[in-house]
Design a protein around this ligand. Structure first.
Ligand code: UD1
Length: 430
């Protein structure tokens, strides 16, 4: 387990450049299984979740080569109909996209139930409902999802999602692309990465329309062919650095963003006292005065993202007055609050609501990254706090943040990564 050591208290300044969207990349890579030919994918974030998917696909026989750290050629023409490595699949939540991709490509799939961040029960019943609407039979056996297309292949169907699910929307799109006939997804999620997946699939010859609305139509095609695609900037990574500037103070230009995707976060930061200026593909965040209290309720896009909830909590912990966060997507996503309280925050959690009484300052101490976004919140808190903060279990953070040490150092933040004895193969007792 590695650590970040942070010296807090220095305002952030300069620029930071946002990487490609994690949640788009982790769907687009498996979707490449459906393509005959080479997909050149640009702006791929260099994060551990992507590295795992590359390993999983290579295991299946995909030819993948990196042209540089963020551009890869992926050719799945000759992938074998073999099971994905359970050990790798369980380490990443988004491995559920392999179900839709294998089902579409081979007519059957057997994939270990996904792992990833733990926010309580994370069922995949809506994914299954969608595959069944395409004619598939799906079983859950001993921790595996097994799906089988009928003998004459998947056929288009209509599915009305009972909950707005990002993963189910994207998985059904992937499964439906090569099905015969038309698939309609009602009550679809509208996140930017859903539009990005649709654009990728269409660039390879698919016929997906309506992505970004709650009614998506997929007209099945016989085959997909290779092509080039560039992944959109990561909304959550951009939001994390915007919130960091607001929490710590300073003046930073956040580059390579789509400002429209950031509307909800920009509005909340303005409400809390930051100055947010939008440009074509960049946003400047400035904060010198006091932070004001605010309320947040997490919602599907275009609402305030649950994946920004722990980060905005750090701003609220330092704002004047009492702020409220209502988590409406997950059952439990406040595990990080106990860690922030160790730093001097005053947060009470009442089931799905966090009541945050602002304090004048946080103090550095040793804290854990409980999950990916909670880990990002700990880094922000460390940068804002007095003294030294040590964030443990940073492997979570590196699942989703490319080059976080260099990006923060580039803005003047003091952060370094410490590899533990275990990773260096030095006996811990020495
Ligand atoms: C994706 C994101 C994750 C983000 C979440 C919500 C990826 C890889 N991960 O996760 O970072 O926090 O969207 O924006 O893109 N649900 C069901 N049945 C299902 C599926 C979901 O009840 O079959 C529920 C979930 O328990 C949750 C809600 O629907 O309460 C939303 O989940 P969903 O949008 O599916 O999240 P993920 O796709 O897992």
């Amino acid at each position: 387990m590695n650590k970040y050591v942070i010296q807090g208290g220095t305002p952030l300044s300069g620029t930071v450049t946002i990487s490609g969207a994690k949640n788009a990349a982790v769907a687009i890579l498996p979707a490449a299984l459906l393509v005959n030919g080479t997909c050149r994918i640009e702006n791929v974030p260099n994060i551990s979740d992507v590295c795992l998917l590359v390993e999983i696909l290579r295991d299946m026989g995909a030819k993948i080569s990196y042209l540089n750290a963020n551009t890869l050629d992926i050719d799945c023409t000759h992938v074998r109909d073999v099971e994905s490595s359970d050990e790798l699949v369980r380490r990443i939540r988004a491995s559920y996209y392999l179900i839709g991709a294998q089902l579409g490509r081979f007519g059957h799939a057997r994939v270990a139930l996904p792992g990833g961040c733990n926010f309580g029960a994370r069922p995949i019943d809506q994914h299954i409902k969608g595959f069944e609407a395409l004619g598939a039979t799906v079983d859950l056996n001993n921790g595996f999802v097994c799906a089988y297309a009928p003998e004459n292949g998947l056929r288009g169907g209509r599915v009305n999602l009972d909950v707005v699910s990002v993963g189910a929307t994207m998985n059904i799109m992937i499964g439906a692309v090569l099905a015969e006939g038309t698939t309609i997804i009602e009550n679809a999620a509208k996140e930017p990465h859903i539009v990005d997946l649709a654009n990728f699939l269409n660039a390879m010859g698919a016929k997906v329309s309506g992505a970004g609305t709650d009614h998506i139509k997929v007209r099945g095609v016989r085959a997909l062919r290779g092509g080039s695609y560039s992944i959109i900037p990561d909304q959550i990574e951009a939001g994390t650095y915007m919130v960091a500037v607001a929490a710590v103070g300073g003046n930073v230009l956040v580059r390579n963003v789509i400002p429209k995707h950031m509307d909800c976060i920009s509005a909340k930061l303005r409400e809390m006292g930051a100055k947010v200026t939008e440009y074509d593909d960049a946003i400047r965040v400035q904060r010198t005065g006091l932070l004001r209290r605010a309320n947040v309720k997490t919602m599907p896009y275009p609402g305030f993202p649950t994946d920004m909830q722990p980060q905005i909590a750090v701003c609220m912990a330092l704002a004047s007055g009492v702020s409220f966060i209502r988590e409406s997507i997950y059952d439990t996503r406040f595990g990080y609050c106990a860690e922030l309280n160790r730093m001097g925050a005053s947060i009470k959690v009442e089931t799905k609501t966090a009541v945050i009484s602002g304090v004048a300052k946080l103090q550095g101490c040793a804290v854990r990254a409980c999950d990916l976004r909670a880990g990002a919140a700990m880094v922000i808190a460390g940068l804002a706090a007095e003294g030294e903060t040590v964030v443990e279990d940073v492997e979570y953070i590196e699942r989703g943040y490319e080059d976080i040490i260099h990006k923060i150092s580039g803005m003047g933040g003091s952060i370094r990564r410490m590899e533990t004895a275990a990773e260096l193969s030095i006996p811990a007792a020495v």
